[in-house]
Design a binder for this molecule. Structure first.
Ligand code: GLN
Length: 277
């Protein structure tokens, strides 16, 4: 079979299993071929050899069981950086690029100190570090397995301005003088049906929900961040589309000023920031 035929067949098999059957088939075939997706569009008549076909069928079978594409290929792009991901880390979401974008827009290009709490695969820290080599970034995670992935990603990308520390939220931070603290914490409510559907089922539960109404981690971070921030320091968190008012109130109750919210490309409230007075 050639590329075009194999893709057509696979995309039919994935219909109903995935929301993006064609795209999934393309990513998996490109991965089996060790080529880019552009190669597939350029050479639709290219015949697939047997070894590659077997490899692709193996990937496809995993996808049919529901396993996310990123966990099959072991990688996901975030902010144009190719990141290694495993089932120990959340798969970076495009909406999280909003946090990166706003941090780059709002923070000075000088040698400031930033903490990324619950870094997972390191997506946020790595994106910021790649854009601002002069920033000193500290990334924490309570999962040693996730932190190992994040460290490895930094190594692969040649990024050297991040210090990775093992521990929950603020606990491993050596000092308290940060210009900004950023985080994409777990924020899904523990009874949210979303947790038992689709790709999310394969992701680490601890990266998705902190229990109860989904605001536990956000409350903890907003409450404890104040003493870790310099006067005028920025706190910026990602949250659920339906948590805008709750997060606003949490920030207000903890004394942050100039609280501002941003919506993602899907039009959902997704990001809240405030300043330490
Ligand atoms: N945005 C993710 C989702 O809805 C959740 C990520 C998180 O909890 N930080 O699947």
């Amino acid at each position: 079979m050639n590329i075009q035929q194999i893709l057509r067949q696979a995309s039919t098999q994935l219909t109903g299993v995935s929301d993006s059957p064609q795209l999934d088939a393309e990513i998996l075939l490109a991965h089996a071929l060790q080529k880019s997706r552009t190669f597939l569009f350029t050479w639709p008549q290219h015949e697939i050899d047997e070894t590659t076909q077997k490899q692709f069928e193996h990937y496809l079978a995993q996808r049919i069981t529901g396993k996310p594409v990123a966990y099959i290929t072991g990688e996901r792009e975030f902010w144009s950086l190719k990141l290694q991901v495993t089932t120990d880390t959340l798969i970076p979401r495009p909406e999280t690029e909003l946090l990166v974008e706003q941090a780059l827009r709002l923070l000075p290009g000088t040698e400031i100190r930033i903490a990324d709490l619950g870094t997972g695969s390191g997506a946020i820290a790595l994106a910021l570090a790649s854009e601002r080599p002069q920033w000193h970034i500290t990334a924490t995670d309570k999962s040693a397995a996730a932190l190992a992935i994040a460290r490895n990603n930094a190594l692969n990308l040649g990024i050297t301005n991040i210090e990775f520390l093992l521990g929950e939220w603020f606990k491993p931070l050596p000092q308290k003088q940060f210009h900004a603290i950023v985080s994409n914490p777990p924020y899904i409510a523990d009874d949210d049906a979303h947790l038992s559907q689709g790709d999310v089922r394969f992701e680490p539960v601890s990266a998705l929900t902190s229990g109860g109404d989904g605001l536990t981690a956000l409350r903890h971070i907003a409450h404890h961040a104040r003493p870790y921030l310099l006067a005028g320091g920025l706190l910026m968190v990602e949250h659920g589309y339906n948590q805008m008012q709750s997060v606003y109130k949490i920030f207000q109750d903890n004394g942050y000023t100039n609280i501002t919210m941003f919506t993602d490309l899907g039009g959902n409230p997704r990001l809240t920031l405030g300043y330490s007075p």
